[in-house]
Design a binder for this molecule. Structure first.
Ligand code: HEM
Length: 232
């Protein structure tokens, strides 16, 4: 073995790759074949566990972006929000994998989930915690610049960073909504739209969450802008 292939880091595993990434521990986080009630549990756990990791990155970037906006470091905040928004693309496309599970066979997996429900997703809980303060920091920033929300748009070329920040916020809102729409369709496809979830919420009630928005004022301002400049 060449000197460079020998591990120098502390930890479990025969290489620094395994030690740094803690792959032994990571790959023990899924049930083993002997523990499965159905082999698709590996797919099911993989989608959920990887989604939690991307959501963790997303909310950490959003929280840091809020701090940067409060310090008027808008370009740095925009950089992080672009990244957070791409996390939602990954989490949304991961939902495609769940449609490889047969709805009949999923009924077996469902039996071992207890009262486990996405309402208790740590990633989504943190997202709900950090999303509003980011919106508040954005509004405080445009007010400090002496602009109304509509003026962030009408004078967007003069205030490029504020405009770009507003667009990152609505992008975040839209990607969460798109995730919810997609999740709703996956749920309908796998367990049906007329049943109740593992925590008792009717799927149809959960579906109404697709109308929820973290930043409704950013959607409303579009109406004002259109009305402001209607043809004579
Ligand atoms: C076959 C796969 C899935 C099924 C059948 C399913 C089903 C459900 C159901 C029925 C609910 C309503 C609450 C309840 O359980 O009573 C729910 C909520 C939720 N699920 Fe899933 N889900 C699936 C996959 C996922 C994945 C991969 C995630 C990613 C983290 C996720 C995250 C959530 C969240 C965050 C909620 C709360 C509602 C919201 O914020 O929109 N679910 N899910």
């Amino acid at each position: 073995m060449s000197e460079l292939a020998k591990p120098v880091l502390e930890g479990e595993g025969g290489s620094d790759y395994e030690r740094y990434l803690r792959t032994d521990e990571l790959l023990r986080l899924q049930k083993t074949a002997g523990e499965w009630v159905h082999r698709d549990e590996l797919l099911f756990q993989s989608v959920h566990q990887t989604s939690e990791i991307w959501l963790k990155l997303a909310w950490n970037e959003i929280e840091e972006a809020e701090r940067l906006v409060a310090a008027d470091e808008l370009a740095a905040a925009i950089r992080l929000l672009r990244r957070a928004n791409d996390c939602f693309k990954l989490v949304t496309s991961a939902l495609d994998m769940l449609e490889h599970i047969s709805p009949w066979e999923y009924t077996e997996i469902r039996k071992v989930l207890g009262h486990g429900s996405g309402f208790d997703s740590p990633g989504f809980k943190e997202l709900r915690r950090v999303a509003k303060p980011l919106g508040d920091a954005f509004h405080a920033a445009h007010e400090r610049a002496g602009l109304t929300l509509a003026e962030v748009y009408t004078r967007g070329r003069e205030y490029e960073d504020l405009y770009q920040l507003a667009e990152q916020l609505i992008e975040l809102d839209e990607r969460i909504i798109v995730w919810r729409v997609r999740h709703f369709k996956v749920v309908q496809r796998v367990i049906g739209g007329d049943v109740i979830g593992t925590q008792g919420t009717p799927v149809e009630v959960m579906g109404r969450l697709i109308h929820h928005s973290f930043y409704p004022e950013l959607w409303d301002v579009r109406n004002d802008l259109t009305k402001l400049n209607l043809p004579e």
